[in-house]
Design a protein around this ligand. Sequence first.
Ligand SMILES: [Zn+2]
Length: 296
Amino acid sequence: MPELPEVETTIRSLKTKILGRIFFDVWTDFPKQIKRPKSFNQFKKEIKGEKIQNIWRRGKNIIFTLSKNKSLLIHQKLTGHLLVGKWTFDKGAWHSEIKGPLQEKTNSYIHLLFTLDNGQMLALSDLRKFAKAELWTTRDLENSEAMKKLGPEPLEKNFSFEKFLEALGSYLKLKRKGKIKQVLMDQNIIAGIGNIYSDEILWRAKIHPFKETSKLKKQDLKNIYRFLKDVLKKSIVLKGESFSDFRTPSGEKGEFDSIRKAYQREGEKCSRCKNIIKRVKMGNRSTHFCPKCQKL
Ligand SMILES: [Zn+2]
């Protein structure tokens, strides 16, 4: 699933490509992904003529601020990723007119496609079809339960170590228990971190993913805080990950692989101690760690 660095990479690229453009038309073969309004025809009617005034991110949500006090929210979920290009419809599918990465198979699962006023297109390629799109009035979105519940943005300047402790503290009060990996992935504690970056942060901080958060020492928490900022920032510079479905709006892979230490490295040698990286199930997710560097 695209996490904070991938979503940030997406919005930065979209801003250079389609800011100021107007939605001219929209097509789908899977109306169920439009969650708001319920009817696709209504969605189509409302979005036509709307100008893209801003594109930003809250957690893993991509938000297009539109004219007439509306906002379009897209959550890419497991395998969704937004692309900008030109496609033609033939034999039941869209085909990229632009040669290169956009023609890659990963970029061909297009079920939602917007045409913009200059002929460019914004497409959502989504193999698993879990991504969603919602059209809100900007005020309703700001006041929505989902937005209000989201935890702080970890890369914002005001996300100090104290703020980090505060976020963990309010959680621990509510649930009393929580393994550190689960806590890091909870969008209502800190927004934007998922399976990949929680594994990477904990490997760097030398913390076992199953460690009870309430039992972590102050130095452990300081390390987690430091590497959390560090890993997310580095991945944005590298334009996100490259080993799953994520692609940038140009259809290209990111380069986080070059510094990936734990996630999906089971059976490989830990680059720090040469012990073998292990994969263990945590709920329905996998977690990857070095049993020697990350002791419980
Ligand atoms: Zn190790």
